[in-house]
Every structure is written in C-alpha cells, then in structure tokens.
Design a binder for this molecule. Sequence first.
Ligand code: SF4
Length: 69
Amino acid sequence: MRPPHGFVVLGDGSRVRVENTAKLRSTVLAIADQIREHRREIGREIPVRQPAAKCRACGQRPNCGQARG
Ligand code: SF4
C-alpha cells in the first residue's frame, strides 16, 4: 500500500511533510529516468580540443586518448 505522505529532513534538521501525490510520483520517476539515462553515458569520453602546447605539458597525457601535439 502506498503511504499517503513522507518527510524530508532539511539541512537544518527540520522536517517537511511531503504528500505522496500521483503528480509528485510522476515527477520523481521522470527525474529517476533522466539519472539512469545519464549514468549509461558516464563512461563516454567528452570530446575536447585543447591546444597542443597544453597537452604537451599535461600530466594526464599518457592516459589521454585526445592528446595533441
Ligand atoms: S593531454 Fe588530454 S587531458 Fe591533457 S590537456 Fe590534452 S586533451 Fe586535456
């Protein structure tokens, strides 16, 4: 059985009652889907185009597949 409400504890320790509505549930599930989608992409390399001089001085050069120069 779905609980009718829950509580969120804020940074100052106060508790806020949150009603468990269909709209809120839909919003939370949509956000969870977005998080899962981004997690699937987390291993994908972000394309960069650094100046060659910067790459030559970079400590990550041996580990980098995009090093230039
Ligand atoms: S070697 Fe790779 S990590 Fe280093 S500056 Fe160049 S692109 Fe960035």
